[in-house]
Design a protein around this ligand. Structure first.
Ligand SMILES: [Zn+2]
Length: 405
C-alpha cells in the first residue's frame, strides 16, 4: 500500500470503530454503536467502507437478543501486512506480520563489526528486501514499516539521534527507508516499542500504566500511560540504563560512571563472570565454557546457575538486586500499575525475578508499592519486533497515537 494512503483511510470515528472491532470482536454493529456512543447510521456507513477496504469482514452470526441474529464483525487480519524491525545493537531482526501479529516471515542479520550510518541503512534495506522477496504476493498489501531502534530516537523525524552501542549519530532512518520503499515508516526507541508490543500482544492490555524494561546489551524502558506511549519533551523518557547507581562506579558507554547498565546488563554479567573465572572461581561455569573465558556469555552463566554453580547464581542474584534498586527508584517516581521485564537477561526467569521482587519489597516506601506487579515478558525475544509492528498498527487503529506530551 502506497505511502499516504492512510491519510484518507483514517478519520477519528473510523479509528474508534476499527479499534472497537479489534479489541471487542466478533462484535455486532449495534453493540459498536452502543459502546462508542456513535449513531447506528454512522456505524453502518463506516463499517460499509471498512468492509469495502477489506480491513473488516463479517463473521458467523451472533446470538439473537430477540429478533433476527446480528451479523458479527471481525478484523480481516490477513488483508494487510506490516514489516517490523528490531534493530541492534548486535543483530537486526526483520519480520513480516499480519494484523494480528502473526509472523509470516523472519530474518536476522548480524552486525559483527563497527559500521557507519550508511552501512546500517544498507543492512535495513537488504533485510526488508529479503522478507519482501520471500512473500512477493504480499508486496501490495504492506501497511507500513516499523523500526525499533536502540538508543535515542527523534520520533517525529524518524531519526536515530544517538545509538551508543553502535556509536552512530543522526541516522535518518525514516527518510532513507521511505526513499528506498514507498511505504510509511515509523521509528521508535526499542524499549518503548517493546512496551507497545507488550500492550498490544502480551498480557498487559487494559493495564492503566505499565513500564516495560528491555535488559540486554543495554537497558531501556518504555512507559505506557492509559494506552499511550510516553515520550517526554525530547523523546528521552525511559533511558534508565543510564540512571546512576554508583557515582564511583565503572565507566559506561555514555561516558558517565556507575550507570545501571554497567552493573545489570548482559555485558556486565559477562564481565563479572570472567573476573570470577580469572580468580579460579565459578568452577561449574568454567567447565561449561570448556576452560575458555571467551565462551562465557550471559546465557552460559544462567546455564551454570541452573546446574548449581553457586558463583554463577550469585552473579544473577546480584544483577537482580541492582535491577530491583533501579526499579524501586522508578516506582517512586512513576508508580506504575505493572512492570514487565524483557530482553536477553530476562530469560534467566525466576533466578532474576526473585531478587528483583525481594529488593523492591525491602526498599519501596509503602505496602502498595512493595506489591507492584512485576512479570517476565510473555513475548520474550519477539516483544520488541512485535512492538515495531504495533507502531504501524497504532497509526491504523488508534484515534490518538501519541500522548499530548
Ligand atoms: Zn551510561
Amino acid at each position: 500500500m502506497q505511502r499516504g494512503s492512510f491519510q484518507w483511510m483514517k478519520t477519528l470515528n473510523k479509528s474508534i470503530i476499527l479499534n472497537k472491532i479489534r479489541t471487542g470482536g466478533p462484535i455486532s454493529r449495534a453493540q459498536i454503536a452502543k459502546d462508542t456512543k456513535l449513531t447506528p447510521p454512522t456505524v453502518s456507513s463506516i463499517v460499509k467502507e471498512l468492509i469495502e477496504q477489506g480491513i473488516v469482514r463479517e463473521s458467523a452470526q451472533g446470538t439473537s437478543q430477540g429478533g433476527r441474529k446480528p451479523t458479527m464483525l471481525i478484523i480481516n487480519s490477513t488483508e494487510f501486512y506490516i514489516i517490523g524491525i528490531d534493530a541492534g545493537p548486535r543483530t537486526v531482526k526483520f519480520v513480516l506480520a499480519d494484523l494480528s501479529g502473526e509472523l509470516k516471515e523472519e530474518k536476522i542479520i548480524p552486525i559483527d563489526r563497527k559500521i557507519t550510518g550508511h552501512q546500517f541503512i544498507n543492512i535495513l534495506v537488504t533485510g526488508i528486501k529479503s522478507v519482501l522477496s520471500a512473500r512477493k504476493a504480499l508486496a501490495g498489501k504492506i501497511a507500513g514499516i516499523g523500526v525499533a531502534m536502540h538508543g535515542v530516537v527523534k520520533v517525529e523525524e524518524g531519526v536515530s539521534e544517538f545509538a551508543p552501542n553502535l556509536d552512530l549519530h543522526d541516522v535518518a532512518i525514516k527518510e532513507e527507508l521511505e526513499k528506498a520503499f514507498d511505504y510509511e515508516v515509523k521509528v521508535e526507541n526499542d524499549a518503548r516499542a517493546m512496551a507497545l508490543g507488550e500492550a498490544w500482544f502480551g498480557d498487559s492490555e487494559g493495564v492503566k500504566s505499565m513500564l516495560a524494561l528491555n535488559i540486554g546489551s543495554g537497558i531501556g524502558a518504555g512507559l505506557m500511560i492509559d494506552g499511550k506511549l510516553y515520550h517526554g519533551e525530547y523523546d528521552l523518557a525511559g533511558e534508565i540504563g543510564h540512571m546512576t547507581l554508583d557515582v564511583n562506579g565503572e565507566e559506561c558507554t555514555c561516558g558517565n560512571n556507575g550507570c545501571l547498565q554497567t552493573v545489570a546488563s548482559g555485558p556486565a554479567i559477562e564481565k563479572r563472570a570472567k573476573q570470577l573465572l580469572a580468580e579460579g572461581r565459578a568452577g561449574g561455569l568454567a567447565s561449561l565454557a570448556g576452560g575458555n573465558p571467551d565462551q562465557v556469555s550471559g546465557e552460559l552463566v544462567y546455564q551454570a546457575a541452573v546446574q548449581g554453580d553457586k558463583d554463577s547464581k550469585a552473579i544473577l542474584e546480584e544483577t537482580g538486586t541492582y535491577i530491583g534498586i533501579g526499579l524501586t527508584n522508578l516506582i517512586h517516581v512513576i508508580n506504575p500499575s505493572k512492570i514487565v521485564i524483557g530482553g536477553g537477561v530476562s530469560s534467566a526467569g525466576g533466578m532474576i525475578l526473585q531478587p528483583i521482587k525481594q529488593t523492591i519489597k525491602a526498599r519501596a516506601l509503602t505496602n502498595e508499592a512493595k506489591q507492584t506487579e512485576i512479570a517476565i515478558s510473555p513475548l520474550q525475544s519477539n516483544a520488541t519486533v512485535l512492538g515495531a509492528v504495533a507502531l504501524v498498527l497504532t497509526e491504523l487503529f488508534d484515534p490518538l497515537p501519541r500522548n499530548s506530551d
